[in-house]
Ligand binder design. Structure first.
Ligand SMILES: C[C@H]1O[C@@H](Oc2ccc([N+](=O)[O-])cc2)[C@H](O)[C@@H](O)[C@H]1O
Length: 505
């Protein structure tokens, strides 16, 4: 038995749990309230639902799934089966990337590879035939060799090359494709490619490489965005954004020092890409830029290792996105003094100079960096919403890895997806303008430096078989049911492991 002094307390209690009896003392509303309570008690607790127009999808990237690098080769030969899998799952949307070099073999827009264009046309048309919304990433880490030879992301001319490529793509596919993402994960392109040497082009320039790349990448994004806005949007009616990897970085303790350390880490990890585009002021994030400038001076550099944007560049980049795409996987707790690691000096992480920590109770995936952190999607999204004035968001990647040979009973992955999607529901209930969620990944694929040793697929791929056979894991059945019902039933068990295509898809 529970006693309440205020009616508002009862409303709060009602929204939080169903309960068997309430007694209100001294209120004339007692009779109507009793009726309301009887109704609530008679019906089961209101389920939390995803909106009907929320886009549920899955994501992949060209280099990780296509094969056929020298052909006119894998998904390249199997795209109809991949679309069939999207239909089996009942996906609303599918995020995939284009191979720049398959469309422009030497990277420049003077020579178009028509069979490559035709492949993507067929792929897009097959999705549209079944009402699956294509969401296309222009660049997901596969740079044409010639563009790299010309300096890659360190060249100030890079933004022009990227705009030329983007125009070809808008021209050829924009009549049917309405969701464009310029770049996948600037941090991984710039820090891992030009800082830590853990991704192509493995260029060791730890002191300045990341920051130079960041500036050129952001300018290239803005050029593509403005090209779309000015010359294609009125006819094609689509939207253009960017996908930034946003893990959550919260303070290890409530101290002012740890809170400031977490803010510096957020600015270094994703602020240097998000702030120029989404903030009101534009340019690189102030506190981190000041820190890099101070460190540079102390290290004897004649100017800051982080370049500046001119006032014209700031204006050009500011506001250049219709939505904020975020790839979200995990979280880290940040300390001003504890848990510090060694990094080459000078580099982005000697500039942040913070410690990172994850409690041992956070479950671990096959990927060393991936742990299940509580409610990290909610933390990241509500923070970004407040910081950047309520933009439209899409979660463009989120998923869990297992080692090869783990089989089809992927209960860890199911736990991860249910936790993530509950955090999505928390975010929606808090009013975050989140329009969709793309699971990473539709199928097992080539995981960059880790090759085939980490498996992220809702579908298992038998890489030994000549057909590269795809088989749905248990998580595929769970995801299918979430999409169908628009709810998360923590008890749901698929009655069979036979995949089927629902009528109308
Ligand atoms: C598994 C997918 O990972 C994406 O990239 C990263 C890289 C680093 C982190 N991190 O938290 O440190 C998260 C995701 C990538 O976009 C995709 O292609 C997959 O490889």
């Amino acid at each position: 038995m529970k006693y309440f002094e205020n009616i508002s307390d009862i409303v709060v209690e009602l929204s939080e749990e169903s309960f068997s009896s309430v007694i209100v003392w001294g209120y004339p509303e007692f009779v109507s309230l009793s009726l309301l309570l009887a109704l609530c008690y008679a019906s089961p607790r209101q389920e939390r639902r995803f909106p009907d127009d929320f886009l549920f999808g899955a994501a992949t990237a060209s280099y990780q799934i296509e094969g056929g690098w020298n052909a006119d080769g894998d998904t390249y030969n199997n795209y109809a089966r991949d679309v069939e899998m999207m239909r089996e799952l009942g996906l609303d949307a599918y995020r995939f990337s284009l191979s720049w070099a398959r469309i422009l073999p030497n990277g420049l827009a003077n020579q178009i590879n028509e069979p490559g264009v035709e492949f993507y046309n067929n792929y897009i048309n097959e999705m549209l035939k079944y009402n699956i919304t294509p969401m296309i990433t222009l660049y997901h880490w596969d740079l044409p060799q010639k563009i790299q030879d010309l300096g890659g992301f360190l060249s100030p001319i890079f933004p022009e090359f990227f705009e030329d490529y983007a125009r070809v793509v808008f021209e050829r596919f924009g009549d049917r494709v309405k969701h464009w993402i310029t770049f996948n994960e600037p941090r991984e392109i710039c820090y891992e490619g030009y800082g830590s040497s853990t991704k192509a082009p493995i260029l060791n320039a730890t002191d300045v490489g990341t920051y130079m790349c960041a500036k050129h990448l952001v300018l290239a994004h803005a050029r593509a965005y403005h090209a779309y806005d000015k010359d294609y949007r009125s006819d094609q009616g689509g939207v253009c954004g960017i996908t930034i990897s946003v893990n959550w970085f919260g303070p290890l303790t409530d101290s002012e020092e740890d809170n400031f350390a977490a803010e510096i880490q957020r600015q270094a990890e994703w602020g240097i890409y998000a702030e120029p585009i989404f903030s009101e002021e534009g340019g690189f994030p102030k506190e981190f830029a000041e820190r890099v400038a101070k460190n540079s001076e102390e290290q004897g550099y004649p100017r800051s290792r982080m370049p500046e944007f001119s006032p014209e560049e700031i204006e050009f980049v500011r506001g250049s996105a219709d939505f904020f795409g975020l790839n979200h996987y995990t979280a880290f707790l940040i300390s001003a003094a504890e848990h510090k690691q060694w990094y080459p000096m000078p580099s982005l992480y000697t500039d942040t100079d913070v410690g990172t920590y994850r409690p041992p109770e956070w479950a671990s995936a096959a990927s060393s960096w991936l742990k299940l952190a509580p409610n990290s999607i909610f933390n990241a999204l509500t923070h970004l919403r407040n910081k950047y004035n309520d933009p439209v968001f899409y979660i463009t990647e989120n998923g869990w890895s297992q080692p090869p040979g783990s089989g089809l009973e992927d209960d860890d992955r199911i736990t991860y997806y249910r936790a993530a999607l509950n955090s999505v529901l928390d975010s929606l209930e808090a009013g975050v303008n989140l329009k969709g969620y793309m699971a990473w990944s539709l199928l097992d694929n080539f995981e960059w430096m880790e090759g085939y040793t980490e498996r992220f697929g809702l579908y298992e791929v038998d890489f030994e078989s000549s057909e590269k056979t795809r088989t749905p894991r248990k998580s595929a059945f769970i995801y299918k049911e979430i999409i169908r019902s628009r709810t998360i039933d923590p008890e749901y068990e698929p009655p069979t492991r036979t995949m089927w295509i629902d009528e109308g898809h």
